[in-house]
Design a protein around this ligand. Sequence first.
Ligand code: ZN
Length: 413
Amino acid sequence: MRNPLLEQICRNLLNIQGFSLRNCDDACRTKNGSTIMMIESTKPKVCPICNKSVSIYDHKNIVIQHGVLNGRPVFLEINLRRFDCPDCGIKTEQHEIFKANEHYSEELNDYVSFLSEKMSNKQVSEITSIPPSTVYNIDKRELEKRELRTKSIIPKVKRASIDEIGYKRGHTYATVLLNSDDCKIIDISKGKSKVSATELFNKYSYELSSLESISMDFSPSYINAALERWNSNCIVFDKFHFSRLVNKAVEGVRREIQKMFSDDDRIKCKKQVRWLMLRREKNFEVSHYKRLEQLKALNNDLYEVYILKEDLLSLFDGNHNRIDAKLYLKDWIKQARSTSYRQFHTLAKSIEKRLDLITNWFERRVTNAKAEATNNHIRTLIKRAYGYKNFDYFRLKVLQACGYLNLSATHST
Ligand SMILES: [Zn+2]
């Protein structure tokens, strides 16, 4: 006998069609902090193979987790019928509640994958009472499925950027290929070698077929991989990569100078000098000028390093053309060489070596300010997960958070 209220509970509360809460005393009970609901089919008795009306052979009770209600896990005890078909034999009735051999419903599967986009697997596990390893499996599988649908939505890329990022402790790197126009990550590959870059260039040869520029840092592996495919004037060292390189040199010099300080001076210096040295003068507030004066009084060498850095980076702020920029850089190289800082000598050497590529920027002004935001987004992701052990999963999570994988979700629903 069908009971409309029990069917409504199944349909509207549990979101299951064609089933009803069972009409018995313990159809909805609690056990060890969980809610268990017993349900059964309301569909006609037909053979799932030939569709003939058949009789029931026996029942099978299967328990699966279905969701969370008010913080409590909800389990379903499903009373599945087995039919005795004269033509096909004994067959279990069909349903869409869960996949064979799984301990959770499809509904919960989708909920876990939805939550995993927003929080760490550990947090999803705490909310849903699903073990972290299962959360991981669900999330990874769903992202893999989603990826099969995404390649078609990656646009033709005009301006790209390639960069390395560490995703695991112990200097494990990945190569990130980014579309500079919408700041979405096209894909990432393992390692930071020429092979890593070539792998990406080959995989997206169609999407990259009308590429105008690709920005990168001074990494010879990326440069060589790009030179195999594109003309050298496509390669751009953008401001972002360039200032990272310069800042690295500044940091090195600062550390070396600080080593020679007395303990008192070092403490005085330590707190604020580092960030002051890296800050661009164009972003100064009044207090920063005062601190720069203090720095000059404390140590003239550090002040000199600061001025040299500003001289170099301010080149990118002006309206120089390529020829001017080249002269300016040559002059800067001379100045850097006249100092006694090893790090600046090295920097001058790399700038000199890549002078043509660096000045490409003054013809193709790529600004990758948003790329930095994307990089920070990936770092947050890594921090949230305490690093990723599995590269394939890390890759999918990055593409979900900063790539085209998240778009496919809205497209498909
Ligand atoms: Zn049959």
